[in-house]
Structures are given as structure tokens and as C-alpha cells.
Design a protein around this ligand. Structure first.
Ligand SMILES: *Cc1c(COP(=O)(O)O)cnc(C)c1O
Length: 424
């Protein structure tokens, strides 16, 4: 009891509220268990996971084979640092390079670290190979980009909230509109080392660029001796219906960043992949990570890649993604502004005069489907790639039930402000 005699609440959400940082605003429910495409909360309620941890859980929860690899490797050798060779790293890197048609891979843990690694490689290449004066290399990024939360990465974010109060920022970045190849070409100067781009912008609200954009960017970068860095942390490894989203346009980037699903939903595993001549920028002592490439991560990552190919999960994401897009596009409701996406990375943009995306997600939760809003207006649908047609049907049914409760006329006032429920 507190001094005011109010009972102290010790449920997990209260403990989080009391002892945590408030940097997330989770849906009001507490998960305890997951299996396949489903999650269970502390009340034993089952949910369909249409979020898969921002695309990190592509193989589904508690995948038996991946769990076995994790268990076996954890009991044998988990972490030894890269001061020593392990028997797991080489095979992992070899499989990663073979799958992505890249020459070399540098393993890290989180997506942000792998992006930072790409930025370092590109800058050094700019100085040592392209001949940019030392400390002058510039990197172009696209408006709406998301590449993580480090200070250098938020330095080129165009989201005010990601930056506010966190300066001073890292210099050397230029911003161009996303999806506009002419603007990219116009922004390239003699000191430009690289262009960093997401084939589909995930966090910006599932923004799909015009057809041919990536191909044009590839051609422009090649012509100006600028490295093309594809940030496929979210789009990579089958998510958009190809192993890499770049493959939709037959584009081979110079640097490729992977993360999220690479850890099979079990561990943080990321990597920078690059051509020989770019990876040659790193010499002993130039760069590192205590946990990057540890045997446990390498074993799990290698198994994830093997299962991705064996179970044809990219093809599955392509087919199931089309089915999901079709199903969502069939809804006729004035609250839906647009449904867009590629593979199983789909966004449903809502008109805020009708309903806030947060309220929509809370109502979906009550209907047994978990998703998360992005940018206040977009509901994201990015389930594990192992999802079956009947499970997509169940998600669509839940969306239909929530839509039924959204008024067909625009509302004003506070009823549908951020956080308010769609009335049952
Ligand atoms: C999530 C994400 C990152 C950052 O990954 P973290 O593991 O959260 O650091 C980078 N790029 C893209 C495109 C992402 O979606």
C-alpha cells in the first residue's frame, strides 16, 4: 500500500508504466505466448498476429525447427566474440551471400547497426575510392525514410518527432523526395558517395514508389559513380513477395542491409552485404560489434535462410499478399482512403475524419486481430509469411466487423480522436 492507502498495482502493464520509459504506446493487452501466426494474452485470449513484430517474425512464433536450432546451438556455443573464429559464422555468411548474390557480408545485431555500418562503408569508399576529400562525403536519403534510431540515422530523418531535442546531428546527408528519380539525379554532386533507399517505405506508412523508380535509381547511381544502398531491413527475406524487394525490378544494389526476419523472430540478427571492393574498406580494427555474428545468431540466421528457400516463403508472401490486398480493396467504405502494399507488407490508409488508425487497431484487437497504426492514419497488415488463406479470411472478417461500426459520414469532435475506441 502507498502512503495514500491506494493499492499498488503489480500487474505487468502497471509495472511497465511505473518503471519503464514511455517511448512506446502499446495496445492495452499483455502477451504471454505465441505459436505460428497466433499470440495469446494473460487472459488466455487468442489473437491473429498481423504485425509480426514489425516484420521480424516472418517464420511465425515458436517455429519448431528454428527452436531446435536455437536450443542445440545455445547448449553448444552461443557467444565467443569475433576475437575467435566459430564454426557457425562462415557457413552463415556463405548462405547469405549465395541467397542475395552479394560478395560479402558483415554481421551485426540490429537494423540500425547494420545501416550505420553501410553508412561507414559508403563514406570510406567515397574518400578512398571515389576520391572525395576526407570528411566531405555526402549520402542522399529519401524523404519519409526510416532506418533506425541512432543519432546519425535520425540526423537524416524527415520526421520531426524522431529528431526533436536529440541534436546536434551528424552532418553529411541530403534529402530528396521518395519515388522521384529526377530529383535524385539533381541532388547528386561531386561529393555524393551513396544513395540510401527502402524499396518500399515501411514505417512511413507502407509507401510503394512508382514502378521503375528503383531501376532508374540504379542506373543514375551507376552513371554518377554513387553507391546504391538498399535498406531491406523490413522488405527483405520474402516480405514483399521476392527474396529481396529489389528483385521486383531486377535491381542489384551495391550495398544491401538486412535485419528483422534474419533473426527468425528469435534473436536480433542483421547484416550489411556488399561487393568485394566496398567491403574491402573494412580492415582489422576499423569496425566491430561484441555480439555481431555470434555462433547462436549465425546458426539461427542460417536456418532461417534455409527455411525461407525450402518453404518458398517469398512465393507464399506474393500469393497471400495479393489475396490480402484484394480482400481489403473489396471493402467499400468511405473511411478507407487507400489500400496499398507489396506481398505481405500492406497498409490500409484511413481518413481521420472517419476514424483514427489507433482506434481502428484497438477495435481490431477486440476482434482478435493484432496490428499497429503508423503515422496516425495507416493500419499495417504484415503477418508472418507462413499465414494461410483461411487465416487471412479471419483477419478480413475482423476488419469487416470493425468497418461496420465506423460511421459512413465524416465525424467531427473528440469521439474519434487518437486512442478513442470505435463504439461497439
Ligand atoms: C526496422 C528498420 C530499421 C531498424 O532496425 P532496428 O532493428 O529497429 O534497429 C532499419 N531500416 C528499416 C527499413 C526498418 O524497417
Amino acid at each position: 500500500m502507498t502512503s495514500s492507502n491506494r493499492p499498488v498495482r503489480n500487474d505487468p502493464i502497471s509495472l511497465e508504466a511505473r518503471h519503464g520509459a514511455a517511448n512506446y504506446l502499446p495496445l492495452p493487452m499483455t502477451l504471454t505466448r505465441g505459436a505460428g501466426v497466433h499470440l495469446w494474452d494473460t487472459d488466455g485470449r487468442r489473437y491473429l498476429d498481423m504485425m509480426s513484430a514489425y516484420s521480424a517474425v516472418s517464420f511465425g512464433h515458436a517455429h519448431p525447427e528454428l527452436l531446435e536450432v536455437l536450443r542445440e546451438q545455445a547448449g553448444r556455443l552461443a557467444v565467443c566474440s569475433r576475437a575467435f573464429h566459430s564454426d557457425r559464422l562462415g557457413p552463415f555468411l556463405a548462405r547469405l551471400c549465395a541467397l542475395t548474390a552479394m560478395d560479402r557480408a558483415l554481421p551485426m545485431n540490429t537494423g540500425a547497426e547494420a545501416v550505420e555500418t553501410a553508412l561507414k562503408a559508403a563514406r570510406k569508399w567515397g574518400h578512398e575510392v571515389k576520391g572525395i576529400a576526407d570528411g566531405r562525403a555526402r549520402i542522399i536519403a529519401a524523404k519519409g525514410n526510416f532506418a533506425g534510431r541512432t543519432i546519425s540515422i535520425v540526423s537524416f530523418s524527415t520526421e520531426a518527432q524522431y529528431r526533436d531535442g536529440f541534436g546536434p546531428f551528424t552532418p553529411g546527408f541530403d534529402i530528396v523526395p521518395y519515388g522521384d528519380a529526377d530529383a535524385l539525379e539533381a541532388a547528386i554532386g561531386p561529393d555524393t558517395a551513396a544513395f540510401l533507399v527502402e524499396p518500399v517505405q515501411g514505417e512511413a506508412g507502407i509507401i510503394v514508389p512508382p514502378d521503375g523508380y528503383l531501376k532508374a535509381a540504379r542506373e543514375i547511381c551507376a552513371r554518377h559513380d554513387v553507391l546504391l544502398i538498399a535498406d531491406e531491413v523490413q522488405t527483405g527475406l520474402g516480405r514483399t513477395g521476392r527474396v529481396l524487394a529489389c528483385q521486383h525490378e531486377g535491381v542489384e544494389p551495391d550495398l544491401l542491409v538486412l535485419g528483422k526476419a534474419l533473426g527468425a523472430g528469435l534473436l536480433p540478427v542483421s547484416a550489411l552485404l556488399a561487393r568485394d571492393d566496398v567491403m574491402a574498406m573494412f580492415r582489422p580494427g576499423d569496425h566491430g560489434s561484441t555480439f555481431g555474428g555470434n555462433p547462436l545468431a549465425a546458426a539461427v540466421g542460417e536456418a532461417a535462410l534455409r527455411i525461407l528457400v525450402r518453404d518458398r516463403l517469398a512465393e507464399r508472401a506474393d500469393a497471400m499478399g495479393r489475396y490480402l490486398l484484394e480482400g481489403l480493396r473489396a471493402f467499400e467504405h468511405p473511411a478507407i482512403a487507400e489500400v496499398r502494399g507489396k506481398g505481405l507488407l500492406v497498409g490500409m490508409e484511413l481518413r481521420s475524419e472517419f476514424v483514427a488508425a489507433r482506434a481502428f487497431c484497438e477495435s481490431l484487437m477486440q476482434e482478435g486481430v493484432l496490428s499497429k497504426e503508423t503515422h496516425g492514419t495507416v493500419v499495417r497488415f504484415a503477418p508472418p509469411l507462413v499465414i494461410a488463406r483461411e487465416e487471412i479470411d479471419a483477419a478480413l472478417d475482423a476488419v469487416a466487423r470493425v468497418l461496420d461500426r465506423v460511421p459512413r459520414l465524416p465525424r467531427t469532435g473528440t469521439q474519434f480522436d487518437r486512442g478513442a475506441m470505435v463504439p461497439a
